[in-house]
Design a binder for this molecule. Structure first.
Ligand code: ADP
Length: 466
């Protein structure tokens, strides 16, 4: 992160500095060249008007006079030549060029009729040169050559370059400090989250992430803690479930073991006794099978097994369930009634077998937990876009504080009575799971007689909609 910041800043600074220094030096040199041109043109015009003076000494004097006025106080060298490159006047008297040939490329271009400029690096520094022709009656009679050492301008540009470099280094330093600070602020909570996540993945659910600092980080901490709570609860449920399963399986196994031992130890048991013992063992094995089958059903539901959906006529389904348990109800002299809906059919998109099992579970429960000569009623109706299946009994009812718990796995209100009825404590858990898979609801309320009403609602697809 720091490397990226620094690299981006460095590239930006280099590009910005190079561009600015380039523009600045170009402008400064261009301005200087323009000034030189202006001076050269004034000298050229003065010389044009003086050219007809026949006396060469007079010409030199004029040249000296005008260049002295224009170039006085500057470090510009001025040379005036005729059109055969012979020097008429040179401000640099040290070189004693008067009367000698002065060949320069810019001067040659001026004598060819253009205004020319050039620059070169000398030991003394950068030098700008310009040259303009002297014209008399449209004829080029000579040229003016000016050369200025611009090392002071170059010095200024170098000074600006130096300050830009210093500024860039300072800026870079500040950015490095800020990036280190920022990356520390950002990465510190992330490192903390990683350590918490690692601890959780190793099964240490006591670890909690800090919920402070930046909003996003605090939210991330909250999400991690929430996930940890959920995992913790799941782990608790898993442990309880495993111990419940072992307990539930142990009881019939212990019964079978006891029956076996008693049979083995009995001396010369008669056939009736053996049959009775085997019968009891068979009942325990049935119980074991029931538990295992229900566990398998639950685990399939948990795994979100695909539902075999089809249009199910709920009224026909409930009637089928009621008829299948009529014999069971008759054994306890329970009056079992089915009240169909007002409309002839209510079609629900559902997995027939799963919904059949749900209704079967609550109807069988109602019969099991209702005393002899009681009354059980199953009703199907339609309301609020939903199909409502209600099973009412006049049994002992379910206390308010237990109404939610009975849907938990292996939860029984009265353990011994539930076992007597052959209950596994898994029926309502399976029912709830299956109903939820159908986007339905299940609840239990009190009936007017003090018994219970189990109500399942299932969504009915609107006509014309899938
Ligand atoms: P079980 O196989 O033991 O019946 P369920 O999951 O079907 O298990 O029911 C859980 C517990 O809920 C039962 O043990 C019983 O105590 C209670 N229960 C279920 N239905 C009724 C009912 N109609 N009346 C009273 N109690 C009921």
């Amino acid at each position: 992160m720091i490397t990226t910041y620094v690299a981006v800043t460095l590239i930006a600074l280099i590009l910005m500095s190079a561009y600015n220094v380039g523009i600045l030096s170009e402008n400064l040199y261009q301005e200087e060249t323009m000034r030189l041109y202006a001076k050269a043109n004034i000298i050229s015009q003065s010389m044009t008007s003086a050219w007809n003076v026949a006396d060469e000494r007079e010409m030199i004097w004029r040249g000296q006079d005008v260049t002295g006025r224009i170039l006085g106080g500057t470090n510009i060298r001025g040379v005036i030549t005729d059109n055969s490159y012979t020097v008429l006047y040179d401000t640099n008297s040290d070189t004693d060029m008067v009367g000698k040939v002065f060949m320069r490329d810019v001067l040659k271009r001026a004598l060819d009729g253009e205004q020319a400029q050039s620059e070169f690096e000398a030991d003394t520094g950068k030098t700008l040169t310009v040259s303009v022709p002297i014209e008399v009656n449209d004829e080029i009679v000579g040229g003016v050559y000016l050369a200025e050492n611009v090392s002071s301008t170059a010095d200024t540009i170098n000074a600006i370059k130096a300050s830009l470099i210093l500024f860039s280094v300072l800026l870079l330093f500040i950015i490095v400090i800020i990036s280190i600070g920022t990356s520390y602020i950002i990465t510190r909570p992330i490192t903390h989250f990683i350590s918490v996540a690692k601890a959780i993945s190793k099964g240490d659910f006591s670890k909690r992430a800090r919920v402070d600092g930046m909003r996003e980080m605090a939210e991330m901490g909250q999400a991690l803690n929430f996930m940890c709570d959920q995992l913790n609860q799941l782990e608790e449920k898993r442990k309880n479930f495993v111990s419940d399963v072992s307990h539930e399986l142990k009881t019939p196994m212990a019964g079978i073991k006891l029956l076996c031992d008693s049979l083995v130890q009995a001396e010369n048991p008669d056939m009736d006794t053996i049959r009775e013992f085997l019968n009891d063992m068979s009942e325990e094995i049935d119980r074991l099978t029931r538990i295992i089958n229900r566990l398998l059903t639950l685990s399939r539901l948990d795994a979100g097994q695909d539902l075999a959906m089809s249009d199910v006529d709920i009224s026909a389904l409930c009637n089928g369930v009621v008829e299948s348990v009529r014999k069971l109800a008759a054994e306890k002299a329970i009056e079992l009634q089915y009240i169909p809906p007002e409309m002839p059919t209510i079609l629900v998109c559902a997995d027939y077998d799963k919904i059949y099992e749900c209704v079967y579970n609550i109807v069988v429960n109602a019969i099991n937990y209702t005393p002899e000569y009681g009354h059980v009623e199953a009703r199907v109706s339609f309301g609020d876009g939903k199909c409502i299946i209600a099973v009412e009994d006049d049994g002992p009812g379910i206390p308010d504080e237990e109404k939610q718990k009975i849907f938990e796995r292996f939860y029984r209100l009265d353990d011994s009575r539930a076992r007597d009825t052959g209950g596994t404590g898994l029926g309502l858990a399976i029912t709830k799971e299956a109903v939820l898979l159908h986007n339905g609801t299940i609840e239990v309320t009190d009936s007017q007689t003090g018994g219970s009403i189990f109500t399942i609602t299932l969504p009915v697809p609107e006509l014309g909609k899938e």
